[in-house]
Design a protein around this ligand. Sequence first.
Ligand code: FPP
Length: 237
Amino acid sequence: MGEIPTHVAIIMDGNGRWAKKQGQERLFGHNVGTESVRVCSEFAVEKGIKYLSLFAFSEENWNRPKEEIDGLMELMMQSIANEKETYRKNNIRFRVIGERRKLSDTLLKSIDEAEHETADNSGLNLLVFLNYSGKWDILQAASRYSKDALTAQREGKQAEPLTYGLFDGYLSTCGIPDPDLLIRTSGEQRISNFMLWQCAYTEFYYTDVLWPDFRKTDFNLALESFNKRERRYGKIK
Ligand code: FPP
């Protein structure tokens, strides 16, 4: 195996279609999707990947039927409770990224607890993106920077000049390296408002496999494909 990407991001897509194929409700697909989350987290640990980012709920997903939204939030809570042992055994640090204000108090409490309990774990950083959108992230960063710039001005100081590096520090992914590889399952080939700023030079990998079926061999194929890529970052080799 060649170079292991430091940061892998996944758009976990196809749960609904998978469930329909089994003659089941959409939530059944999301439920089985949590098994893929566990398998992929363990595989990332095995491979020595440092950051695994999972797009679990987008800002746009609030437009789904209430029953599905409630089910997904409940599933998130169950998954956090069930996976504590996986995090402990594998030295995984669990973190949630996204706009928290719209999340319920009970969900926020279980997120806070899991983040706190795993804060000292030094292995894989498992980043779950919840109520996240790339445009939201850029806007909140811009708005926080302008607030700081105004404060500096009011205090008679120079606002720090806005650079890519400075802006990175205002994003919700502050301190996390940009994704090297972005995997999207279910045959769809788009970014769907995921980490727009952070994916400027990310390698994309698409597979027709639906998320509930995504297992280690599928993850490994993505890593093999990543290894064949020549990353030039706009330069000539
Ligand atoms: C996309 O499939 C999937 C989601 C919107 C939810 C992903 C959530 C999970 C896998 C469960 C919990 C996650 C964690 C991190 C514990 P879709 O519903 O859009 O599928 P479709 O395109 O086939 O309808």
